[in-house]
Design a protein. Structure first.
Lengths: 291, 291
Protein backbone atom coordinates (compact mmCIF):
# COMPACT_ATOMS: atom_id res chain seq x y z
CA UNK A 1 0.00 0.00 0.00
CA UNK A 2 1.27 3.43 -0.79
CA UNK A 3 2.39 5.96 1.76
CA UNK A 4 -0.37 8.47 0.98
CA UNK A 5 -2.95 5.86 1.90
CA UNK A 6 -1.15 4.60 5.03
CA UNK A 7 -0.64 8.07 6.50
CA UNK A 8 -4.29 8.97 6.09
CA UNK A 9 -5.42 5.63 7.41
CA UNK A 10 -3.41 6.23 10.57
CA UNK A 11 -4.94 9.69 10.98
CA UNK A 12 -8.44 8.24 10.62
CA UNK A 13 -7.58 5.45 13.07
CA UNK A 14 -6.29 7.96 15.62
CA UNK A 15 -9.46 10.03 15.27
CA UNK A 16 -11.58 6.91 15.81
CA UNK A 17 -9.64 5.91 18.92
CA UNK A 18 -10.11 9.41 20.35
CA UNK A 19 -13.82 9.29 19.52
CA UNK A 20 -14.26 5.95 21.32
CA UNK A 21 -12.39 7.26 24.36
CA UNK A 22 -14.55 10.40 24.53
CA UNK A 23 -17.94 8.73 24.03
CA UNK A 24 -20.08 9.63 27.04
CA UNK A 25 -21.90 6.30 26.97
CA UNK A 26 -23.07 4.23 29.97
CA UNK A 27 -20.83 1.41 31.18
CA UNK A 28 -22.81 -1.36 29.48
CA UNK A 29 -22.35 0.24 26.05
CA UNK A 30 -18.68 1.17 26.37
CA UNK A 31 -17.08 -2.12 25.33
CA UNK A 32 -19.41 -2.75 22.36
CA UNK A 33 -18.97 0.84 21.17
CA UNK A 34 -15.21 0.72 21.53
CA UNK A 35 -14.97 -2.54 19.61
CA UNK A 36 -17.35 -1.26 16.94
CA UNK A 37 -15.44 1.98 16.48
CA UNK A 38 -11.84 0.81 16.74
CA UNK A 39 -11.70 -2.73 15.39
CA UNK A 40 -9.23 -2.88 12.50
CA UNK A 41 -10.42 -2.01 9.03
CA UNK A 42 -9.09 -0.81 5.71
CA UNK A 43 -10.62 2.68 6.25
CA UNK A 44 -11.06 3.03 2.50
CA UNK A 45 -14.12 5.23 2.87
CA UNK A 46 -12.49 7.63 5.32
CA UNK A 47 -9.33 7.83 3.24
CA UNK A 48 -11.49 8.47 0.18
CA UNK A 49 -13.15 11.47 1.88
CA UNK A 50 -9.74 12.87 2.81
CA UNK A 51 -8.09 12.16 -0.54
CA UNK A 52 -10.90 13.79 -2.51
CA UNK A 53 -11.20 16.75 -0.15
CA UNK A 54 -7.45 17.39 -0.08
CA UNK A 55 -7.14 16.97 -3.86
CA UNK A 56 -9.71 19.74 -4.24
CA UNK A 57 -7.97 22.05 -1.80
CA UNK A 58 -9.34 21.39 1.71
CA UNK A 59 -7.06 20.89 4.70
CA UNK A 60 -6.73 17.26 5.77
CA UNK A 61 -7.10 17.91 9.51
CA UNK A 62 -10.43 19.64 8.90
CA UNK A 63 -11.68 16.67 6.86
CA UNK A 64 -10.89 14.14 9.59
CA UNK A 65 -14.24 14.30 11.37
CA UNK A 66 -16.12 13.70 8.13
CA UNK A 67 -13.73 10.84 7.28
CA UNK A 68 -14.38 9.30 10.70
CA UNK A 69 -18.13 9.73 10.10
CA UNK A 70 -18.00 7.52 7.00
CA UNK A 71 -16.06 4.88 8.92
CA UNK A 72 -18.73 4.96 11.65
CA UNK A 73 -21.48 4.59 9.06
CA UNK A 74 -19.60 1.70 7.47
CA UNK A 75 -18.99 0.01 10.84
CA UNK A 76 -22.67 0.46 11.66
CA UNK A 77 -23.73 -1.23 8.42
CA UNK A 78 -21.35 -4.15 9.02
CA UNK A 79 -22.81 -4.73 12.49
CA UNK A 80 -26.31 -4.82 11.04
CA UNK A 81 -25.32 -6.99 8.04
CA UNK A 82 -23.80 -9.57 10.40
CA UNK A 83 -26.93 -9.97 12.58
CA UNK A 84 -28.63 -13.38 12.77
CA UNK A 85 -31.67 -12.02 10.92
CA UNK A 86 -29.42 -10.78 8.08
CA UNK A 87 -26.19 -12.55 7.04
CA UNK A 88 -25.80 -14.38 10.39
CA UNK A 89 -22.01 -14.03 10.33
CA UNK A 90 -19.69 -15.29 13.05
CA UNK A 91 -16.44 -13.61 12.12
CA UNK A 92 -15.60 -10.09 11.06
CA UNK A 93 -12.11 -8.67 10.74
CA UNK A 94 -10.74 -11.84 12.36
CA UNK A 95 -12.84 -11.59 15.52
CA UNK A 96 -16.31 -12.59 16.69
CA UNK A 97 -18.99 -10.31 15.21
CA UNK A 98 -20.38 -7.71 17.60
CA UNK A 99 -23.60 -9.56 18.41
CA UNK A 100 -21.61 -12.76 19.13
CA UNK A 101 -19.38 -10.84 21.52
CA UNK A 102 -21.99 -8.65 23.28
CA UNK A 103 -25.47 -9.89 22.35
CA UNK A 104 -27.84 -8.76 19.65
CA UNK A 105 -29.47 -5.97 21.65
CA UNK A 106 -26.24 -4.10 22.40
CA UNK A 107 -24.96 -4.71 18.87
CA UNK A 108 -28.08 -3.09 17.38
CA UNK A 109 -27.95 -0.17 19.82
CA UNK A 110 -24.25 0.37 19.12
CA UNK A 111 -24.90 0.36 15.35
CA UNK A 112 -27.62 2.98 15.69
CA UNK A 113 -25.44 5.09 18.00
CA UNK A 114 -22.61 5.13 15.44
CA UNK A 115 -24.99 6.19 12.71
CA UNK A 116 -26.33 9.08 14.77
CA UNK A 117 -22.88 10.21 15.79
CA UNK A 118 -21.79 10.39 12.17
CA UNK A 119 -24.15 13.33 11.54
CA UNK A 120 -22.49 15.36 14.29
CA UNK A 121 -19.07 14.58 12.82
CA UNK A 122 -20.07 15.64 9.31
CA UNK A 123 -21.46 18.86 10.78
CA UNK A 124 -18.16 19.44 12.64
CA UNK A 125 -16.07 19.18 9.45
CA UNK A 126 -18.55 21.46 7.70
CA UNK A 127 -18.21 24.04 10.50
CA UNK A 128 -14.41 23.82 10.23
CA UNK A 129 -14.30 24.25 6.45
CA UNK A 130 -17.39 26.44 5.84
CA UNK A 131 -17.72 25.73 2.09
CA UNK A 132 -19.81 28.62 0.73
CA UNK A 133 -21.14 26.64 -2.20
CA UNK A 134 -22.55 23.80 -0.07
CA UNK A 135 -24.65 24.57 3.00
CA UNK A 136 -24.73 21.91 5.71
CA UNK A 137 -28.28 20.92 4.71
CA UNK A 138 -27.03 19.86 1.27
CA UNK A 139 -24.24 17.80 2.81
CA UNK A 140 -26.62 16.13 5.30
CA UNK A 141 -29.03 15.35 2.44
CA UNK A 142 -26.16 13.76 0.54
CA UNK A 143 -25.38 11.47 3.49
CA UNK A 144 -29.05 10.57 4.08
CA UNK A 145 -29.51 9.76 0.40
CA UNK A 146 -26.58 7.33 0.60
CA UNK A 147 -27.66 5.49 3.72
CA UNK A 148 -31.46 5.93 3.55
CA UNK A 149 -34.27 3.92 2.06
CA UNK A 150 -32.93 4.25 -1.50
CA UNK A 151 -29.30 3.77 -0.42
CA UNK A 152 -27.45 1.13 1.59
CA UNK A 153 -30.68 0.09 3.32
CA UNK A 154 -32.38 -0.56 -0.03
CA UNK A 155 -29.38 -2.59 -1.23
CA UNK A 156 -29.37 -4.72 1.90
CA UNK A 157 -33.15 -5.30 1.84
CA UNK A 158 -33.16 -6.38 -1.82
CA UNK A 159 -30.05 -8.51 -1.29
CA UNK A 160 -31.75 -10.39 1.56
CA UNK A 161 -35.05 -10.85 -0.24
CA UNK A 162 -34.27 -11.60 -3.86
CA UNK A 163 -34.16 -15.07 -5.32
CA UNK A 164 -30.61 -15.98 -6.38
CA UNK A 165 -31.97 -18.13 -9.21
CA UNK A 166 -33.79 -15.30 -10.93
CA UNK A 167 -31.10 -12.68 -10.36
CA UNK A 168 -29.58 -10.93 -13.32
CA UNK A 169 -26.75 -8.48 -13.77
CA UNK A 170 -29.16 -5.55 -13.53
CA UNK A 171 -30.42 -6.57 -10.06
CA UNK A 172 -26.90 -7.36 -8.89
CA UNK A 173 -25.81 -3.92 -9.99
CA UNK A 174 -28.85 -2.43 -8.16
CA UNK A 175 -27.83 -4.22 -4.96
CA UNK A 176 -24.14 -3.40 -5.04
CA UNK A 177 -24.48 0.14 -6.30
CA UNK A 178 -26.45 0.70 -3.08
CA UNK A 179 -24.89 -1.70 -0.57
CA UNK A 180 -21.31 -0.69 -1.33
CA UNK A 181 -21.50 1.97 -4.03
CA UNK A 182 -23.76 4.46 -2.28
CA UNK A 183 -21.44 4.90 0.68
CA UNK A 184 -18.34 5.11 -1.54
CA UNK A 185 -20.04 7.81 -3.59
CA UNK A 186 -21.16 9.74 -0.51
CA UNK A 187 -17.70 9.48 1.11
CA UNK A 188 -16.17 11.03 -1.99
CA UNK A 189 -19.01 13.50 -2.61
CA UNK A 190 -18.90 14.89 0.92
CA UNK A 191 -15.11 15.28 0.65
CA UNK A 192 -15.67 17.26 -2.54
CA UNK A 193 -18.50 19.36 -1.10
CA UNK A 194 -16.50 20.21 2.00
CA UNK A 195 -13.71 21.39 -0.32
CA UNK A 196 -16.20 23.64 -2.12
CA UNK A 197 -16.22 21.68 -5.39
CA UNK A 198 -18.19 22.96 -8.38
CA UNK A 199 -21.11 20.90 -9.70
CA UNK A 200 -18.91 19.61 -12.53
CA UNK A 201 -16.14 18.56 -10.15
CA UNK A 202 -18.68 16.88 -7.89
CA UNK A 203 -20.05 14.98 -10.88
CA UNK A 204 -16.58 13.75 -11.82
CA UNK A 205 -15.82 12.66 -8.28
CA UNK A 206 -19.16 10.85 -7.95
CA UNK A 207 -18.64 8.93 -11.19
CA UNK A 208 -15.13 8.02 -10.02
CA UNK A 209 -16.39 6.73 -6.67
CA UNK A 210 -19.38 4.88 -8.12
CA UNK A 211 -17.15 2.78 -10.37
CA UNK A 212 -14.54 2.41 -7.65
CA UNK A 213 -17.17 1.11 -5.20
CA UNK A 214 -18.46 -1.46 -7.65
CA UNK A 215 -14.90 -2.59 -8.43
CA UNK A 216 -14.22 -2.84 -4.70
CA UNK A 217 -17.27 -5.08 -4.25
CA UNK A 218 -16.22 -7.30 -7.15
CA UNK A 219 -12.76 -7.69 -5.63
CA UNK A 220 -14.49 -8.77 -2.40
CA UNK A 221 -16.47 -11.36 -4.37
CA UNK A 222 -13.28 -12.62 -6.02
CA UNK A 223 -11.46 -12.84 -2.67
CA UNK A 224 -14.44 -14.63 -1.09
CA UNK A 225 -14.31 -17.23 -3.86
CA UNK A 226 -10.53 -17.70 -3.86
CA UNK A 227 -9.21 -17.04 -0.31
CA UNK A 228 -9.20 -18.69 3.11
CA UNK A 229 -10.67 -17.17 6.31
CA UNK A 230 -7.12 -16.82 7.70
CA UNK A 231 -6.32 -14.33 4.98
CA UNK A 232 -9.59 -12.40 5.02
CA UNK A 233 -10.43 -12.49 8.72
CA UNK A 234 -14.09 -13.10 8.00
CA UNK A 235 -16.29 -15.98 6.96
CA UNK A 236 -15.57 -17.06 3.38
CA UNK A 237 -17.74 -19.09 1.05
CA UNK A 238 -20.71 -17.20 2.63
CA UNK A 239 -21.63 -16.16 -0.89
CA UNK A 240 -22.07 -19.74 -2.11
CA UNK A 241 -25.89 -19.66 -2.18
CA UNK A 242 -25.89 -16.10 -3.48
CA UNK A 243 -25.48 -14.71 -6.92
CA UNK A 244 -22.26 -12.73 -7.06
CA UNK A 245 -20.32 -11.20 -9.91
CA UNK A 246 -18.01 -14.22 -9.74
CA UNK A 247 -20.89 -16.64 -10.13
CA UNK A 248 -22.28 -14.59 -12.99
CA UNK A 249 -19.04 -14.05 -14.92
CA UNK A 250 -16.50 -16.50 -13.45
CA UNK A 251 -13.32 -15.43 -11.64
CA UNK A 252 -11.61 -14.33 -14.84
CA UNK A 253 -14.67 -12.45 -16.04
CA UNK A 254 -14.99 -10.71 -12.66
CA UNK A 255 -11.30 -9.73 -12.80
CA UNK A 256 -11.83 -8.31 -16.27
CA UNK A 257 -14.91 -6.36 -15.12
CA UNK A 258 -12.94 -5.08 -12.13
CA UNK A 259 -10.19 -3.70 -14.40
CA UNK A 260 -12.75 -2.06 -16.68
CA UNK A 261 -14.50 -0.38 -13.77
CA UNK A 262 -11.21 0.97 -12.41
CA UNK A 263 -10.35 2.31 -15.89
CA UNK A 264 -13.75 4.00 -16.12
CA UNK A 265 -13.25 5.36 -12.64
CA UNK A 266 -9.91 6.92 -13.57
CA UNK A 267 -11.28 8.36 -16.83
CA UNK A 268 -14.08 10.07 -14.88
CA UNK A 269 -11.63 12.30 -13.01
CA UNK A 270 -9.58 13.34 -16.06
CA UNK A 271 -11.26 16.80 -16.04
CA UNK A 272 -9.69 17.46 -12.63
CA UNK A 273 -6.23 17.56 -14.24
CA UNK A 274 -3.25 17.14 -11.93
CA UNK A 275 -5.52 17.27 -8.86
CA UNK A 276 -6.70 13.81 -9.87
CA UNK A 277 -3.29 12.17 -9.28
CA UNK A 278 -3.88 10.94 -5.70
CA UNK A 279 -7.31 9.65 -6.75
CA UNK A 280 -5.73 7.71 -9.63
CA UNK A 281 -3.17 6.24 -7.22
CA UNK A 282 -5.93 5.20 -4.82
CA UNK A 283 -7.89 3.48 -7.61
CA UNK A 284 -4.80 1.61 -8.82
CA UNK A 285 -4.03 0.48 -5.28
CA UNK A 286 -7.57 -0.82 -4.75
CA UNK A 287 -7.47 -2.62 -8.13
CA UNK A 288 -4.39 -4.54 -7.03
CA UNK A 289 -5.37 -5.36 -3.44
CA UNK A 290 -5.20 -8.97 -2.25
CA UNK A 291 -7.12 -8.72 1.04
CA UNK B 1 -58.32 16.14 23.90
CA UNK B 2 -58.29 19.79 23.07
CA UNK B 3 -58.70 21.23 19.62
CA UNK B 4 -55.20 22.74 19.48
CA UNK B 5 -53.74 19.27 19.94
CA UNK B 6 -56.08 17.51 17.51
CA UNK B 7 -55.50 19.98 14.68
CA UNK B 8 -51.73 19.69 14.96
CA UNK B 9 -51.89 15.92 15.27
CA UNK B 10 -53.84 15.79 12.01
CA UNK B 11 -51.26 18.01 10.29
CA UNK B 12 -48.44 15.76 11.49
CA UNK B 13 -50.38 12.67 10.39
CA UNK B 14 -50.94 14.14 6.93
CA UNK B 15 -47.23 14.96 6.61
CA UNK B 16 -46.32 11.39 7.60
CA UNK B 17 -48.75 9.91 5.06
CA UNK B 18 -47.22 12.08 2.34
CA UNK B 19 -43.72 11.08 3.42
CA UNK B 20 -44.56 7.37 3.25
CA UNK B 21 -46.12 7.83 -0.21
CA UNK B 22 -43.06 9.67 -1.52
CA UNK B 23 -40.40 7.32 -0.10
CA UNK B 24 -38.33 6.09 -3.04
CA UNK B 25 -37.74 2.71 -1.44
CA UNK B 26 -37.58 -0.68 -3.20
CA UNK B 27 -40.71 -2.82 -3.27
CA UNK B 28 -39.66 -5.11 -0.42
CA UNK B 29 -39.29 -2.16 1.98
CA UNK B 30 -42.44 -0.27 1.01
CA UNK B 31 -44.97 -2.06 3.22
CA UNK B 32 -42.76 -2.14 6.34
CA UNK B 33 -41.87 1.54 5.88
CA UNK B 34 -45.47 2.56 5.32
CA UNK B 35 -46.64 0.70 8.40
CA UNK B 36 -43.76 2.09 10.46
CA UNK B 37 -44.45 5.67 9.37
CA UNK B 38 -48.23 5.79 9.34
CA UNK B 39 -49.45 3.42 12.06
CA UNK B 40 -51.58 5.34 14.55
CA UNK B 41 -49.90 7.15 17.41
CA UNK B 42 -50.51 9.99 19.81
CA UNK B 43 -47.94 12.18 17.96
CA UNK B 44 -47.13 13.91 21.24
CA UNK B 45 -43.53 14.59 20.21
CA UNK B 46 -44.43 16.12 16.86
CA UNK B 47 -47.18 18.22 18.41
CA UNK B 48 -44.71 19.32 21.08
CA UNK B 49 -42.28 20.58 18.41
CA UNK B 50 -45.07 22.51 16.71
CA UNK B 51 -46.61 23.89 19.91
CA UNK B 52 -43.27 25.14 21.23
CA UNK B 53 -42.17 26.54 17.88
CA UNK B 54 -45.47 28.31 17.25
CA UNK B 55 -45.63 29.65 20.81
CA UNK B 56 -42.25 31.28 20.19
CA UNK B 57 -43.29 32.78 16.86
CA UNK B 58 -42.48 30.28 14.09
CA UNK B 59 -45.03 29.38 11.42
CA UNK B 60 -46.64 25.99 11.96
CA UNK B 61 -46.36 24.84 8.35
CA UNK B 62 -42.60 25.43 8.41
CA UNK B 63 -42.28 23.35 11.60
CA UNK B 64 -44.09 20.35 10.14
CA UNK B 65 -41.03 18.59 8.72
CA UNK B 66 -39.21 18.80 12.05
CA UNK B 67 -42.35 17.57 13.83
CA UNK B 68 -42.52 14.61 11.44
CA UNK B 69 -38.82 13.97 12.09
CA UNK B 70 -39.44 13.45 15.80
CA UNK B 71 -42.29 11.09 15.04
CA UNK B 72 -39.98 9.09 12.74
CA UNK B 73 -37.32 8.94 15.45
CA UNK B 74 -39.93 7.82 17.96
CA UNK B 75 -41.34 5.19 15.56
CA UNK B 76 -37.79 3.98 14.93
CA UNK B 77 -37.11 3.56 18.65
CA UNK B 78 -40.38 1.65 19.15
CA UNK B 79 -39.48 -0.80 16.36
CA UNK B 80 -36.09 -1.44 17.98
CA UNK B 81 -37.53 -1.69 21.54
CA UNK B 82 -40.00 -4.32 20.36
CA UNK B 83 -37.37 -6.63 18.80
CA UNK B 84 -36.93 -10.16 20.19
CA UNK B 85 -33.47 -9.26 21.52
CA UNK B 86 -34.94 -6.27 23.39
CA UNK B 87 -38.51 -6.25 24.84
CA UNK B 88 -39.74 -9.06 22.56
CA UNK B 89 -43.17 -7.46 22.18
CA UNK B 90 -45.98 -8.90 20.07
CA UNK B 91 -48.40 -6.00 19.96
CA UNK B 92 -47.93 -2.30 19.37
CA UNK B 93 -50.69 0.20 18.82
CA UNK B 94 -53.17 -2.69 18.58
CA UNK B 95 -51.36 -4.50 15.76
CA UNK B 96 -48.52 -6.99 15.39
CA UNK B 97 -45.13 -5.36 15.96
CA UNK B 98 -43.14 -4.63 12.82
CA UNK B 99 -40.80 -7.63 13.11
CA UNK B 100 -43.80 -9.95 13.66
CA UNK B 101 -45.44 -8.59 10.51
CA UNK B 102 -42.40 -8.37 8.19
CA UNK B 103 -39.47 -10.19 9.82
CA UNK B 104 -36.65 -8.90 11.98
CA UNK B 105 -34.35 -7.93 9.12
CA UNK B 106 -36.80 -5.59 7.41
CA UNK B 107 -37.93 -4.19 10.76
CA UNK B 108 -34.35 -3.25 11.66
CA UNK B 109 -33.68 -1.78 8.21
CA UNK B 110 -36.92 0.23 8.33
CA UNK B 111 -36.02 1.57 11.80
CA UNK B 112 -32.61 2.72 10.60
CA UNK B 113 -34.12 4.28 7.46
CA UNK B 114 -36.57 6.34 9.53
CA UNK B 115 -33.77 7.57 11.75
CA UNK B 116 -31.69 8.69 8.78
CA UNK B 117 -34.64 10.38 7.12
CA UNK B 118 -35.32 12.42 10.23
CA UNK B 119 -32.07 14.36 9.73
CA UNK B 120 -33.15 15.48 6.28
CA UNK B 121 -36.50 16.60 7.66
CA UNK B 122 -34.95 18.62 10.46
CA UNK B 123 -32.66 20.25 7.89
CA UNK B 124 -35.71 21.06 5.71
CA UNK B 125 -37.51 22.89 8.54
CA UNK B 126 -34.29 24.72 9.35
CA UNK B 127 -33.95 25.83 5.72
CA UNK B 128 -37.57 27.03 5.75
CA UNK B 129 -37.24 29.03 8.98
CA UNK B 130 -33.56 30.09 8.86
CA UNK B 131 -33.19 30.95 12.57
CA UNK B 132 -30.16 33.26 12.74
CA UNK B 133 -29.35 32.38 16.33
CA UNK B 134 -29.14 28.62 15.72
CA UNK B 135 -27.15 27.27 12.76
CA UNK B 136 -28.18 23.87 11.45
CA UNK B 137 -25.12 22.24 13.04
CA UNK B 138 -26.38 23.22 16.51
CA UNK B 139 -29.81 21.78 15.76
CA UNK B 140 -28.33 18.52 14.40
CA UNK B 141 -26.12 18.25 17.49
CA UNK B 142 -29.20 18.68 19.66
CA UNK B 143 -30.91 15.77 17.89
CA UNK B 144 -27.82 13.53 18.02
CA UNK B 145 -27.37 14.25 21.73
CA UNK B 146 -30.96 13.10 22.34
CA UNK B 147 -30.79 9.87 20.37
CA UNK B 148 -27.08 9.05 20.64
CA UNK B 149 -24.99 7.02 23.05
CA UNK B 150 -25.87 9.23 26.02
CA UNK B 151 -29.52 9.61 24.95
CA UNK B 152 -32.31 7.17 24.12
CA UNK B 153 -29.75 4.48 23.25
CA UNK B 154 -28.13 4.76 26.68
CA UNK B 155 -31.52 4.57 28.38
CA UNK B 156 -32.49 1.48 26.44
CA UNK B 157 -29.15 -0.27 27.04
CA UNK B 158 -29.22 0.35 30.80
CA UNK B 159 -32.89 -0.62 30.98
CA UNK B 160 -32.14 -3.97 29.30
CA UNK B 161 -29.06 -4.72 31.39
CA UNK B 162 -29.76 -3.56 34.93
CA UNK B 163 -30.95 -5.84 37.69
CA UNK B 164 -34.50 -4.95 38.74
CA UNK B 165 -33.74 -6.02 42.32
CA UNK B 166 -30.94 -3.53 42.81
CA UNK B 167 -32.62 -0.66 41.00
CA UNK B 168 -33.23 2.57 42.83
CA UNK B 169 -35.04 5.77 41.98
CA UNK B 170 -31.81 7.32 40.72
CA UNK B 171 -31.22 4.60 38.11
CA UNK B 172 -34.88 4.60 37.12
CA UNK B 173 -34.66 8.34 36.58
CA UNK B 174 -31.45 7.81 34.53
CA UNK B 175 -33.25 5.29 32.31
CA UNK B 176 -36.43 7.25 31.75
CA UNK B 177 -34.82 10.65 31.43
CA UNK B 178 -33.04 9.11 28.44
CA UNK B 179 -35.50 6.56 27.06
CA UNK B 180 -38.46 8.94 27.05
CA UNK B 181 -37.17 12.24 28.40
CA UNK B 182 -34.35 12.86 25.93
CA UNK B 183 -36.61 12.75 22.89
CA UNK B 184 -39.28 14.90 24.58
CA UNK B 185 -36.62 17.48 25.42
CA UNK B 186 -35.16 17.42 21.91
CA UNK B 187 -38.61 17.70 20.28
CA UNK B 188 -39.29 20.82 22.32
CA UNK B 189 -35.75 22.20 22.07
CA UNK B 190 -35.66 21.92 18.28
CA UNK B 191 -39.07 23.64 18.06
CA UNK B 192 -37.62 26.47 20.16
CA UNK B 193 -34.36 26.68 18.20
CA UNK B 194 -36.20 26.76 14.88
CA UNK B 195 -38.25 29.67 16.26
CA UNK B 196 -35.01 31.50 17.13
CA UNK B 197 -35.41 31.20 20.91
CA UNK B 198 -32.89 32.87 23.24
CA UNK B 199 -30.74 30.72 25.53
CA UNK B 200 -33.03 31.55 28.45
CA UNK B 201 -36.18 30.61 26.51
CA UNK B 202 -34.52 27.38 25.38
CA UNK B 203 -33.64 26.57 28.98
CA UNK B 204 -37.25 27.10 30.10
CA UNK B 205 -38.59 24.94 27.30
CA UNK B 206 -36.10 22.16 28.01
CA UNK B 207 -36.98 22.09 31.72
CA UNK B 208 -40.67 22.00 30.78
CA UNK B 209 -40.18 19.08 28.37
CA UNK B 210 -37.90 17.14 30.71
CA UNK B 211 -40.52 17.06 33.45
CA UNK B 212 -43.29 16.48 30.93
CA UNK B 213 -41.45 13.47 29.48
CA UNK B 214 -40.92 11.90 32.87
CA UNK B 215 -44.58 12.48 33.77
CA UNK B 216 -45.59 10.94 30.44
CA UNK B 217 -43.52 7.83 31.23
CA UNK B 218 -45.03 7.54 34.71
CA UNK B 219 -48.53 7.73 33.22
CA UNK B 220 -47.52 4.88 30.88
CA UNK B 221 -46.38 2.86 33.92
CA UNK B 222 -49.68 3.56 35.70
CA UNK B 223 -51.72 2.59 32.62
CA UNK B 224 -49.64 -0.58 32.17
CA UNK B 225 -50.43 -1.56 35.76
CA UNK B 226 -54.13 -0.69 35.67
CA UNK B 227 -55.41 -1.18 32.07
CA UNK B 228 -56.24 -4.01 29.67
CA UNK B 229 -54.60 -4.58 26.24
CA UNK B 230 -57.93 -3.66 24.56
CA UNK B 231 -57.62 -0.15 25.90
CA UNK B 232 -53.92 0.34 25.31
CA UNK B 233 -53.45 -1.59 22.07
CA UNK B 234 -50.16 -3.02 23.27
CA UNK B 235 -48.97 -5.75 25.61
CA UNK B 236 -49.74 -4.90 29.24
CA UNK B 237 -48.20 -6.38 32.36
CA UNK B 238 -44.91 -6.45 30.37
CA UNK B 239 -43.45 -4.38 33.18
CA UNK B 240 -44.15 -7.05 35.83
CA UNK B 241 -40.54 -8.22 36.14
CA UNK B 242 -39.22 -4.68 35.82
CA UNK B 243 -38.86 -1.92 38.31
CA UNK B 244 -41.20 0.90 37.37
CA UNK B 245 -42.27 4.05 39.15
CA UNK B 246 -45.49 2.22 40.09
CA UNK B 247 -43.56 -0.64 41.69
CA UNK B 248 -41.35 1.82 43.50
CA UNK B 249 -44.05 4.18 44.78
CA UNK B 250 -47.39 2.36 44.29
CA UNK B 251 -50.15 3.57 41.96
CA UNK B 252 -51.13 6.42 44.27
CA UNK B 253 -47.52 7.47 44.79
CA UNK B 254 -46.90 7.40 41.03
CA UNK B 255 -50.02 9.53 40.45
CA UNK B 256 -48.78 12.01 43.02
CA UNK B 257 -45.33 12.13 41.40
CA UNK B 258 -46.97 12.62 38.03
CA UNK B 259 -48.90 15.65 39.28
CA UNK B 260 -45.80 17.14 40.85
CA UNK B 261 -43.81 16.75 37.64
CA UNK B 262 -46.55 18.41 35.61
CA UNK B 263 -46.64 21.28 38.11
CA UNK B 264 -42.84 21.65 37.86
CA UNK B 265 -43.13 21.51 34.09
CA UNK B 266 -45.67 24.34 34.04
CA UNK B 267 -43.65 26.46 36.48
CA UNK B 268 -40.60 26.15 34.21
CA UNK B 269 -42.29 28.06 31.40
CA UNK B 270 -43.63 30.91 33.56
CA UNK B 271 -40.88 33.24 32.22
CA UNK B 272 -42.40 32.89 28.74
CA UNK B 273 -45.48 34.83 29.87
CA UNK B 274 -48.59 34.51 27.73
CA UNK B 275 -46.66 32.56 25.08
CA UNK B 276 -46.64 29.66 27.55
CA UNK B 277 -50.43 29.20 27.45
CA UNK B 278 -50.58 26.46 24.76
CA UNK B 279 -47.71 24.65 26.53
CA UNK B 280 -49.62 24.75 29.81
CA UNK B 281 -52.71 23.37 28.06
CA UNK B 282 -50.65 20.54 26.54
CA UNK B 283 -49.18 19.61 29.93
CA UNK B 284 -52.60 19.58 31.58
CA UNK B 285 -53.98 17.42 28.80
CA UNK B 286 -51.15 14.91 29.15
CA UNK B 287 -51.59 14.83 32.94
CA UNK B 288 -55.22 13.80 32.52
CA UNK B 289 -54.83 11.27 29.70
CA UNK B 290 -56.31 7.80 30.10
CA UNK B 291 -54.69 5.96 27.17
Amino acid sequence: MDKHFLIRRELVNARLVKLAAEASAPHVLRAPLEKAITSPGKRVRGVLTMTVGEALGARGDKLLDAAAAFELIHASSLILDDLPSMDDAELRRGEPTLHRAFGEDLAILAAVALLNQSYTLVAASHAALKPRRWPLAAVIDRVVRAVGWDGTIAGEAVDLHCEAETLDFHTLEYIHSRKTGALFVASAAVGAMLAGASDAMLGSVEAYAKNLGLAFQITDDILDATSSPDVLGKDVGKDEGKLTFVRLAGVDGARQLNRELIDTSIRAIAPLGSAAEPLRALATMLRDRTS
